[in-house]
Write a protein that binds this ligand. Structure first.
Ligand code: AMP
Ligand code: MG
Length: 520
């Protein structure tokens, strides 16, 4: 099988005329042509067979030399232009100017069954956007991105995908905790796949530079290829476009809140225009339910991107996108309306999501209160979010006892559960059981429904770290085990029950488990 790629992005959008691979400001262009760097001794660690099939790859192809050559960056696909995109972004609340694909190189688009996907190699070498960095990625962060993007997909969370994980055979220097202790690590490349990798920052950069011609060309391209249903580009279409981006962003963040995913770096260059989770860096999964938690040590002071703040940041980022689109719309009113709608729609959808986690089908006035009370009790002592919701489904609505034994496994430190906390739990559980009396579902049917939205297995931070530690020693079996496990996160999979467990104590303060930096 030979790979045939299309190049709509490069054919229809303005290119950087400078073909040198030198670091610079790139003006009036959406991308720069650049080839992946050659790797010295590539080795395929893992492929996602489901995604390969979705892309129309034959089984033999994924294990061929040709596949390894292409997805390690050693062979350019014939007839295709590879490129890095130009974008800017707001990082931690401030405008950062030009960022761009500093280490991601897009190979082109593959079309299969009327769908189009961009193939992108992350860690494939320097580009004009590499600034002061090397354009490479290390094995540890590549495993995290590879496993998590596929896990998110199977959880039903909108996300970019990951096709392959390749070891490059090259060494990469990194100072993991930014504390003056650099060391060599193994280099790796993940092939990411998405209908588009456009981010809010792709539009922001042109407005910041007052380059409204390129802004308009890019927006029209986006609508033509990714929002066709909106029709011919016009001011009205741009407004509809913004509304849809708002809705998709909102829906993605509701999913994050549902499964306990904390992105960690919600800068506007990491916000997909398609509302997909993108750029898996220092992300993490809630273990103890805690609105104030962030895995990102680079953000430990202000905790801007903490779990409970993700919805607000989604809105803040949409404001930046609105500002970027404004010059093409020239009327602030419709944009403001959409931004205001975000808040009200969020409240409605968020309550809907929490009702589903609690197995409530009817809408009752006091439900919001019940949810808020739960969130308070959950934070009285360290309580595992995933285990809590999964086990809550075992509660019997006519249980004459409080039912607290059903959720006790979720408590991290049982001695922390004072009489007062125990009382708060009993009182909440009683209200919940009373509320369940209004519902018509049987205990069993409620459990079945709850188990479709409350995953049993997520990629706990320590699990990814264990897979990384083994892979560093050349053993990739755990990567495969976690990959397989996370394909069915809502299924019981009793053979994997050991992964339905609280984070072990050794992982509480370990680098890579609870503390992650942006170093990758
Ligand atoms: P991130 O924090 O991963 O979203 O990256 C922010 C910006 O830094 C993007 O423009 C990336 O392309 C760039 N970047 C991150 N790591 C590297 C690297 N190792 N080499 C070159 N550019 C990088
Ligand atoms: Mg990024």
């Amino acid at each position: 099988m030979s790979l045939k790629l299309k190049n709509k992005f490069t054919a229809e959008l303005p290119a950087d005329e400078n073909l040198e691979n030198s670091r610079r400001q790139v003006l009036n262009a959406c991308y720069s042509e650049v080839k992946p760097r050659k790797t010295s001794n590539p080795e395929l660690i893992h492929v996602s067979p489901e995604l390969a099939e979705t892309l129309g790859f034959e089984k033999d192809f994924i294990h061929s030399k040709e596949f390894l050559n292409i997805f390690s960056g050693n062979k350019v696909v014939e007839g295709s232009t590879s490129y890095a995109m130009c974008y800017g972004g707001h990082q931690f609340g401030s405008w950062a100017g030009q960022l761009g694909d500093g280490r991601a190189i897009n190979l082109g688009e593959i079309e299969h069954k009327n769908k189009s996907w961009v193939l992108q190699l992350k860690g494939a070498g320097e580009t004009p956007y590499s600034r002061s960095a090397d354009g490479l990625a290390v094995l540890r962060s590549s495993i995290r991105e590879y496993l998590c993007s596929e896990a998110m997909y199977h959880l039903g969370v909108p996300t970019t995908r990951a096709l392959s994980l390749v070891l490059t055979g090259d060494q990469v220097l990194r100072d993991i905790m930014y504390n003056g202790n650099p060391d060599y690590e193994k280099g790796a490349i993940v092939c990411r796949v998405s209908p588009s990798f456009l981010r809010f920052g792709n539009y922001e950069i042109f407005t910041a530079r007052q380059d409204l011609d390129t802004l308009k060309t890019l927006l029209n391209f986006t609508i033509k290829h990714h929002f066709q249903h909106l029709g011919k580009p016009s001011k009205e279409t741009y407004i509809q476009f913004f509304r849809e981006v708002m809705e998709r962003t909102l829906s993605m963040i509701i999913h994050w809140q549902r499964v306990g995913f904390v992105h960690g770096v919600m800068n506007t260059d990491n916000m997909s225009i398609l509302g997909l989770t993108i750029d898996y860096g220092p992300y993490g999964w809630l273990e103890g339910f805690d609105f104030g938690w962030t895995p990102n040590t680079t953000d430990s002071q202000h905790k801007r991107y903490r779990y409970g703040n993700q919805p607000n940041i989604g809105l803040w980022n949409l404001y930046q996108l609105a500002n970027a689109l404004y010059p093409l719309i020239e009327d602030p009113k419709p944009l403001e309306e959409i931004l205001n709608d975000y808040k009200s729609v969020f409240e409605v959808k968020s309550l809907e999501m929490m009702r589903s986690k609690l197995g409530l089908e009817l809408q009752q006035e006091d439900d919001l209160k019940l949810v808020h009370e739960l969130e308070t009790v959950l934070q009285l002592s360290e309580t595992d979010m995933t285990i809590f919701f999964r086990n809550l489904a075992n509660l019997r609505k006519d249980d004459s006892e409080s039912g607290i034994q059903v959720i006790e496994d979720a408590f991290y430190i049982p001695t922390d559960i004072s009489d007062k906390i125990r009382q708060s739990w009993k009182s909440w559980l009683n209200k919940y059981k009373e509320r369940l009396q209004e519902e018509t579902l049987s205990d069993n049917d409620r459990k079945t429904k709850m188990n479709l939205v409350n995953p049993k297995y997520v990629l706990r931070n320590y699990m990814a770290q264990l897979a990384i530690d083994e892979a560093d020693k050349g053993d990739y079996r755990l990567i495969n085990e976690l990959y397989t496990l996370l394909k069915k996160p809502y299924d019981e999979q009793s053979e994997y029950a050991k992964w339905f467990a609280k984070r072990p104590e050794w992982a509480r303060h370990k680098v890579g488990c609870s503390m992650l930096s942006c170093s990758s």
